[in-house]
Structures are given as structure tokens and as C-alpha cells.
Design a protein around this ligand. Structure first.
Ligand code: PLP
Length: 627
């Protein structure tokens, strides 16, 4: 636990069990519930589902929806706040149908709604948010079709709020609402001066991509009034960025937003709602700090700052408390899914060795390197040995290119070099001061575990924005891990690697894992992937989507679970079709080639049929490695 910090980033859902396996408690209201990941892996194998697999715990989604709504309800009561809470889930954070359906179902009793930011998402929320008391918030840039669809939703009795991101959208909305004679509910998004903190702080400020300046807001409100639609302006929206790491940014934004709301009220625009956007963070590295992958607050503090912050300004300004809307997506979805993948190999720079015994005619560089091996035990100045060895290695590479040393001599020098580095690393363990150059030794001597997954499909943000995601072995956590590793994926891309891990209370470029036993299946879990990662994956190297397994807990047996649904991942056929290939035609053309070889007698007919079937089976098969 100290090493992997599971309870620090686990949000109350994950812990290491007494048997050393990772356990999940998907429904926090039932703390007797425990599902052992090893049992889940066994069941997946029994069902014949290939790894890597995305595990979805729908109970976690439900728990998070309840947690957010209940926290708002409780805080509103405590604060004697006169407005309500009407949250919406922004579908862009994870648009998977099963995820949206589960959230809508869990949120029904709270009148929890949906948010859309594109036309495709609008078409989705129109069909899925059928609760007339919940809100549907429409953000993002809009065209005429988007506006007409929003008016159709009004006709269907939905509380759909069109949030204006840029002035021209308002003109379109006024035009269509008059043409169709349908009254819209209008929100205006304010460009905030308060900047969020963290990777998404560009979402606010003068150069923000979305929103209206204060001048534009006043002009928009006056235009609506002049057009006889002033009463349709109901909501003020702001969003200062996702993953807000510092609670001070939340406080500042609420204060600024509340002031704008109050001033609009004084100007005669009596809004019903203030929408504080997303931003509620996730403590990916468990440090409870303002690190980019963390946050220095929890959900209760966030909600308290929204509710009490709004109340304070409203009371001072003597304006009614508006209904509060928030658009948290990351906080709702991050915990509910994880990727389980298998380690399929180990790569070490120093794994291969050569016989390095003395040869009378060997090059002096080989002799010098060998002398360093024996010098280590007697030499006080280890840095000098490190420097000399590094220099000989460089000289050897240059000498080889100039044909001065042979390939075999180069290999001997390499073997001796790694032998020296390993001895130096061992000696360093007892040293108080480790020189800067030599601090790299742990990393350069660490293993790379080859993991059957694609960073670009399953953990895009680790590559794109250095997001840290917790990664842990799912078993053997009661054994001291004895290999320091970084992870490499199976794409043909050197960027397909992970070398930032949550370790103890900090971040490390290696993760301690266990030596692989012969024939052992060693699975890793990559956690908190439910927000954005699940849906941002790309087709790099044509790996495509993973098999998905939806896990539900049993009400009557807290230690049991069942696989409710399996969503098959991409087959080779699927990914090729997306890329405009015609797999059937490809199979025919390969068959023709095989037939040609049969005609020439280089392949026997029986063998030819087998090769043809094999090619077709691979086309239908999973894109990841079969282990
Ligand atoms: N609302 C808007 C307008 C957004 O742009 C975003 C994401 O950046 C969200 C909500 C979701 O934010 P989060 O995932 O931080 O909850």
C-alpha cells in the first residue's frame, strides 16, 4: 500500500486485499462488498475473452452520480440555500451508450441531466434525456441544424438550454425561434478573467476559445430584450477548465460568476440558473496537491465553495439564490473503468552477455574496460569508474565505425560496460550522496516490461499531455516487488511507452514490479481511465477498441459479481474497413496468390486451404497480441 498508494488515489473504491490481490468495492454504500480482481480475470478467461480488456464497474458510476448529487443536496440544506441543484453529465467525457444510460438511470431521482457539445452529442442527448424535469445543456459551436434541433427539443417539452458561445449564434437562434415560433431557453457563456489552474487553464481569460466578453453579454441581453425574448435568457454559464488543481481557482470563479449573475439581476435580467461548468478534479497521483495530476481539495470542499460562495454574493447583493448547475464529467466517470493488460515480455539493455575472457590480440579498449571491472572493489572514486566506462563505450562505438575494432569486440565492451554499471548501482545503494550522472543508473538498468496494449488507444493523455495514471499489478502485492520497470506497449512507435508512475507519495520513472515466473500470467491494471481516455483512443497501428466487460455486483452476495455484458473490441476486419479497405477483396486476392503457388506446386493443395483459412481467421480476429 505504501508503495502503490492505492487508497490515496482509489477514491474509496480500491484496496489491496490480505491475499495481495487488488480488490474493488464498487458500491461505497455497501462496504462489505469486495470483488477480487483475480476472480474477475479468471472469469474473463473462462468466458474466452481475450486481453487486453476494459473493465467497467457500473456500480461505481452509480455511486459517483449519487455522491455528487447527495453532496449538493446536503450542502444546500446546511447552507440554507434557497435554490436547487440540477447537475448535468457532459457526454463528451465518455459517450459510450452504456455509460450514458447508466448515468441517466442513476440520476433519474435527482433530475440529473445531460450536456452536449456537438451536433452528434445533441442528437444523442435528445434521445436519451427523456426526463422533463432535468436540464439538457447545449454548449459548443453551433450551426443552423444544431439550433433547429434545440428548438425541436423545446417542442418535445424538454428543458433544453442553448448556451451561446459566440455572438453570431444568438442571431441564428433569434431568427429560427421567430421562424418556428418556439421560445428557446437561453444561456450565455461568460469568458472569465479568473484563470483555472492546471493543464486546462487556457479555458478562461481573454484568449479563451469559448464565451462572450462582459460587453458582449450586456449587448446580447439587450438584443434579446429588444427582440421580445429577454425573458428567455435564463442561465449564466462559465467553465474555467477541466481538472482544476487548486481550490482557490474554484472560489475565485464562483465569486466572479456570482457577481456577474447579481449585476445582470440588477440590470433587470432575472436568471434562474448559474452553471459553473466542469473542473472538479481527480487525484490521479494521490498526492492531494496542486500537481497537474492531483487536486488540493475533495468533492465536499468543492461543493461547499460553490454553494456558500454563491450564497454569500447573492445575500450581499440582495438577489435570489439561483438554481445551481454543474457539468462534472471527469469526477463522475474516471473511477468506473480500468484497463487490464498482460505483460508479454521483458526488454533489458544488459540482458545478453558474451564471453569476455582475455585474448592476446584484443584491442586495448577491451582490455581497459575489463580492468575497470576489477578496479571497482578497490577504487574509492566510483564516479571516475563511471566516467571512464562511459568514455570507453563511446570510443568503442566510434572505433567500430572506423573499422578499428570488430563486431565481437564491440559486443565484449558492451557486456563489460553493463557489468560495471550493475556493480556501480549495487555500490550506490549504500552511498549517502549519489552524483547526478549516476542517479540515472536506476533508470538505465531498469527493465522495460512489454505490455499487450496501445498507449495511443488506452491512455492517450499519458502520451499527449504527460497525464499520470495509476498503474499497479493486480496480484502478488503482498510480495516485495524486485524489478524496477517502465512500460512499453506493442505499437511500432517509440512514444508508445509509459515512464511516469505513482509511487509512494510521489512520481517515479520506474514502477517496482515482480520478476515474472516462468509461464505466469502477470496482469497490470491501469486505473482512472473512465474519463476521456476511454473515448479518445485512436487507430495508431490499427489496434482499435478493446474488448469490454461490464461487471455488476450481486446485492445478495457482497463477495460475488457477474459479467453483465461483453462488448467485443475491434477485429482486424473492423479497423481495416474504417480505413477504407475491403477485407473480403483482400482475402480473395491472397487466396488467388496461394492458388497461384498451388498451381506452381510450391504449396500443396491441402496446405493452401489451411493458409487461406488462417488468413481469413486472422482478419476476423482481435487486433492485439494473442498470448
Ligand atoms: N463543461 C464544459 C463546457 C467543458 O468544456 C468541460 C470539459 O472541459 C466539461 C464541462 C467537463 O469538465 P470536467 O471533465 O472537468 O468535469
Amino acid at each position: 500500500e505504501k508503495l502503490y498508494g492505492v487508497t490515496r488515489w482509489g477514491g474509496g473504491y480500491f484496496e489491496i486485499g490480505p491475499n495481495g490481490n487488488l480488490h474493488v468495492t464498487p458500491d461505497v454504500s455497501n462496504d462489505k462488498m469486495r470483488i477480487d480482481f483475480n476472480d474477475v480475470i479468471a472469469e474473463i478467461k473462462e468466458e474466452g475473452i481475450q486481453f487486453p480488456v476494459v473493465l467497467r464497474f457500473h456500480d461505481i458510476l452509480r455511486s459517483q452520480v449519487a455522491l455528487l448529487n447527495e453532496t449538493f443536496i446536503k450542502t444546500i440544506e446546511e447552507a440554507n440555500y434557497q435554490g436547487n441543484y440540477r447537475g448535468v453529465y457532459p457526454v463528451k467525457v465518455n459517450q459510450m451508450r452504456e455509460v450514458v444510460e447508466e448515468i441517466v438511470d442513476a440520476g433519474e431521482k435527482y433530475n440529473y441531466g445531460l450536456e452536449a457539445g456537438s451536433k452528434a452529442e445533441l442528437l444523442t442527448v435528445l434521445a436519451y434525456n427523456t426526463n422533463h424535469d432535468s436540464l439538457t445543456i447545449l454548449n459548443g459551436y453551433k450551426d443552423e441544424e444544431f439550433i433547429r434541433l434545440s428548438l425541436l427539443a423545446r417542442k418535445l417539452g424538454r428543458k433544453v438550454v442553448v448556451v451561446i458561445e459566440k455572438f453570431s449564434e444568438l442571431l441564428m437562434l433569434i431568427k429560427w425561434s421567430k421562424k418556428l415560433d418556439i421560445e428557446p431557453i437561453i444561456g450565455l457563456r461568460s469568458k472569465m478573467t479568473v484563470k483555472g489552474r492546471g493543464k486546462w487553464e487556457g479555458s478562461a481569460g481573454d484568449r479563451a476559445k469559448f464565451g462572450l466578453t462582459i460587453t458582449e453579454i450586456i449587448n446580447a441581453a439587450r438584443l434579446l430584450e429588444a427582440e421580445g425574448l429577454g425573458h428567455c435568457f435564463k442561465l449564466l454559464h462559465f467553465h474555467i477548465g477541466s481538472q482544476l488543481t487548486d481550490i482557490r481557482a474554484v472560489k475565485d470563479a464562483i465569486n466572479e460568476g456570482a457577481m456577474i449573475y447579481a449585476e445582470l439581476h440588477h440590470l433587470g435580467f432575472k436568471l434562474d440558473y448559474v452553471d459553473v461548468g466542469g473542473g472538479l478534479g481527480i487525484d490521479y497521483d494521490g498526492s492531494k496537491s496542486t500537481n497537474d495530476s492531483s487536486m488540493n481539495y475533495n468533492i465536499e470542499e468543492y461543493v461547499a465553495d460553490v454553494v456558500f460562495g454563491m450564497k454569500e454574493v447573492c445575500d450581499l447583493e440582495k438577489v435570489p439564490h439561483p438554481t445551481l448547475v454543474s457539468e462534472s464529467g471527469r469526477a463522475i466517470t474516471a473511477h468506473h473503468s480500468c484497463v487490464v493488460a498482460e505483460i508479454v515480455g521483458e526488454i533489458r539493455s544488459n540482458s545478453a552477455t558474451m564471453d569476455t575472457s582475455y585474448l592476446a590480440d584484443e584491442h586495448i579498449l577491451v582490455t581497459n574496460m575489463r580492468l575497470l571491472v576489477t578496479a571497482i572493489d578497490n577504487q574509492e572514486n566510483l564516479q571516475e569508474i563511471f566516467n571512464d566506462a562511459s568514455q570507453y563505450k563511446e570510443q568503442a562505438a566510434a572505433a567500430f565505425k572506423l573499422r578499428v575494432i570488430s563486431l565481437e569486440e564491440l559486443a565484449k565492451i558492451e557486456t563489460l560496460y553493463w557489468q560495471i554499471m550493475e556493480s556501480l548501482q549495487a555500490k550506490m545503494q549504500s552511498q549517502k550522496f549519489v552524483p547526478e550522472d549516476m542517479q540515472e543508473l536506476d533508470f538505465s538498468l531498469s527493465s522495460q516490461y512489454l505490455c499487450n496494449f496501445s498507449v495511443f488507444q488506452s491512455a492517450a493523455d499519458t502520451w499527449a499531455i504527460d497525464q499520470v495514471l495509476p498503474i499497479v499489478p493486480l496480484t502478488r502485492m503482498n510480495e516485495r516487488p524486485n524489478v524496477n520497470c517502465s512500460l512499453v506497449d506493442i505499437t511500432c512507435d517509440s512514444d508508445g511507452k509509459i515512464d511516469q508512475f505513482v509511487l509512494g507519495k510521489g512520481i517515479s520513472n520506474v514502477l517496482p514490479m515482480h520478476k515474472l515466473n516462468k509461464g505466469e500470467e502477470y496482469h497490470l491494471g491501469m486505473f482512472l481511465t473512465g474519463a476521456y481516455q476511454d473515448v479518445m483512443g485512436d487507430m495508431h497501428n490499427l489496434f482499435g477498441r478493446l474488448n469490454e466487460v461490464h461487471i455488476f455486483s450481486h446485492d445478495d452476495d457482497p463477495l460475488d459479481f457477474y459479467i453483465e455484458e461483453v462488448v467485443t473490441g475491434s477485429s482486424v476486419d473492423d479497423v481495416l474497413t474504417i480505413m477504407q479497405y475491403h477485407p473480403k477483396a483482400m482475402a480473395q486476392s491472397v487466396k488467388k496468390l496461394i492458388d497461384g503457388q498451388i498451381a506452381k506446386g510450391t504449396i500443396k493443395p491441402r496446405e493452401g486451404v489451411k493458409w487461406t483459412d488462417f488468413y481469413e481467421d486472422c482478419l476476423k480476429g482481435y487486433t492485439y497480441l494473442k498470448t
